[in-house]
Design a protein around this ligand. Structure first.
Ligand code: SF4
Length: 74
């Protein structure tokens, strides 16, 4: 079963290089200010979302299990 994720971006940290979009483009989208927004926390697989988080150069992406609150990244 696919677990529900809570995914968010720290806009103080995000530098808008769009790495997250290239790893998980159905979950993250850059807005007009070149800030990554979570458009659908279930848009990509958990592995893809975690890969996006791991590849964010400024560690601006946070991922939790939405039901248990377990922190999955960082
Ligand atoms: S990879 Fe990180 S810094 Fe780059 S747009 Fe996504 S959240 Fe922002």
């Amino acid at each position: 079963m696919t677990r529900k994720l809570k995914v968010w971006v720290d806009h103080q940290a995000c530098v808008g290089n769009a790495m997250c979009e290239s790893f998980a483009g159905k979950t993250f989208r850059l807005n007009e200010d070149r800030q990554s927004e979570v458009v659908d926390p279930m848009g990509n697989s958990e592995a893809e979302i975690l890969e996006a988080a791991e590849n964010c150069p400024v560690s601006a992406i946070f991922v939790e299990d939405a039901e248990t609150g377990e922190r999955l990244f960082p």
